[in-house]
Design a protein. Structure first.
Length: 190
């Protein structure tokens, strides 16, 4: 029992660490204040590996680490100002993306199409939070913020969802086979 909890905590720490390592590595694009990053892909994979609750906690830990000032956000930045800045709404949206994506993955464990639906819905909610916040912070209309903070990312985020749906179940299966994840997660709706 204790070994299982230690393994889970280790996997949660590992996924948080991966977010902290890859989160700062971004590619700015000239038409948007929002950079391209791998954070959404790592969150999708986290909920595949850890499940909804633990994957969301991993995401929250990442945000907390950045909130206290460690440079884990885009461009090796951190602090309260970053969360309150123009891209803060997207970062808060990560939490909802993790919950929604994780719910669909746990509820329909073998239905990859529904996993994709959950990831798309979660991403839409993330986009919504981010766009509203960006429009308020940058003094843009909602449509201008949508054009700057969402449209340039649609293809890339679609590819991340496809990648996560393709490799997420394989990673989870291999980790379970290696004894690094418990096999006792509830599985619904084959």
């Amino acid at each position: 029992m204790k070994t299982s909890k230690i393994k889970i905590m280790t996997m949660m720490s590992l996924m948080t660490a991966i977010l902290c390592i890859l989160g700062p590595i971004t590619m700015p694009i000239p038409i948007s204040p929002v950079p391209i990053s791998l954070v959404t892909l790592i969150i999708y994979l986290s909920v595949y590996i850890l499940g909804m609750k633990r994957g969301t906690i991993s995401c929250l830990l990442y945000l907390l680490i950045g909130f206290v000032g460690l440079p884990v956000f885009s461009g090796f930045t951190g602090g309260v100002g970053r969360l309150l800045g123009p891209t803060g709404g997207y970062m808060i949206g990560y939490v909802f993306m993790a919950v929604i994506s994780g719910f669909f993955i746990e509820r329909w464990i073998t239905k990859r199409v529904l996993h994709m639906v959950g990831m798309v819905l979660g991403t839409i909610i993330c986009y919504l939070f981010g766009t509203i916040w960006l429009s308020m912070q940058a003094g843009m209309s909602f449509s201008v913020a949508l054009g700057a903070g969402v449209v340039p990312f649609l293809i890339g985020d679609s590819l991340k969802i496809i990648m996560a749906v393709s490799i997420g179940p394989l990673i989870r299966k291999r980790l379970k086979r290696a004894g690094l994840l418990p096999d006792g997660r509830r599985q619904h709706g084959n």
